[in-house]
Design a protein around this ligand. Structure first.
Ligand SMILES: N[C@@H](CCC(=O)N[C@@H](CS)C(=O)NCC(=O)O)C(=O)O
Length: 217
């Protein structure tokens, strides 16, 4: 095994955050783009819970996106920032809110027809409340804690992006989350984000190898 293997799915926000951490650290992987409705047997063998991302190394397998980010940070100091203790605490608190509450309501807002009895406006509003809470905690700069990207940015912006996509016009018209909108726009236009959204063909047993990052930053 020359490089770690990364099972990934382009549009998955959890896989996006893992790809961003790996890209920032310039850790080269063999990337295997999957279809969620037809996951490779090998991926299920190594991680029976069947979610992406999965990072397979010689000596360990990591199948939780935040753990992949933490592993990358333990190898390469990708964020180089000295966040204040309260910002580190906030990072953990907010990632947990987004992975649980925000994601729950986002799914019911975005895919309201898939959930019996889901009220689109209620779930949209619950997400909006979380974004207003975030708005009060962040800087008015290009990133949540100033001008530099941090763990919080790469971890939650992929979910905020999905929230916006559900109704871009409505999201862009909001006047009470201006700082969040600014950070999101900055993120969407960033080289990092554009690079990690490179399209790979779907991997199958026997496919030619594909590598990530597609290009070095
Ligand atoms: N807690 C996991 C969640 C990952 C996750 O749920 N990924 C979704 C795609 S966005 C998935 O693989 N779902 C499995 C499926 O849809 O079958 C992580 O942070 O890595």
């Amino acid at each position: 095994m020359d490089y770690p293997i990364l099972y990934s799915f382009k549009r998955c926000p959890y896989a996006m955050r893992a790809r961003m951490a790996l890209q920032l650290a310039n850790i080269k992987c063999e990337i295997r783009e999957v279809r969620l409705n037809n996951k490779p047997d090998h991926m299920i063998e190594v991680s029976p819970k069947g979610t992406v991302p999965v990072l397979i190394m010689k000596d360990k397998i990591i199948d939780e996106s935040i753990e992949i980010i933490n592993w990358v940070i333990s190898k390469v100091d990708i964020f180089k920032g000295n966040l204040e203790q309260h910002e580190n605490d906030l990072t953990d608190e907010l990632i947990s809110i987004f992975d649980n509450k925000f994601k729950y309501h986002l799914d019911r807002y975005k895919y309201s027809t898939r959930y019996k009895d889901a009220n689109l406006e209620f779930h949209r509003n619950e997400c909006h409340k979380i974004l207003k809470y975030l708005e009060n905690l962040i800087s008015d700069k290009n990133c949540f804690f100033g001008e530099k990207l941090n763990k919080l940015d790469i971890s939650i912006l992929p979910f905020i992006r999905q929230y916006r996509i559900a109704n871009e016009k409505w999201f862009d018209s909001l006047k009470d989350i201006l700082k969040v909108q600014k950070c999101l726009n900055n993120f969407l236009e960033s080289k990092l984000f554009i690079e990690i959204m490179h399209s790979y063909k779907v991997w199958e047993e026997g496919s030619d190898l594909d590598y990530f990052p597609a290009k070095k930053l």
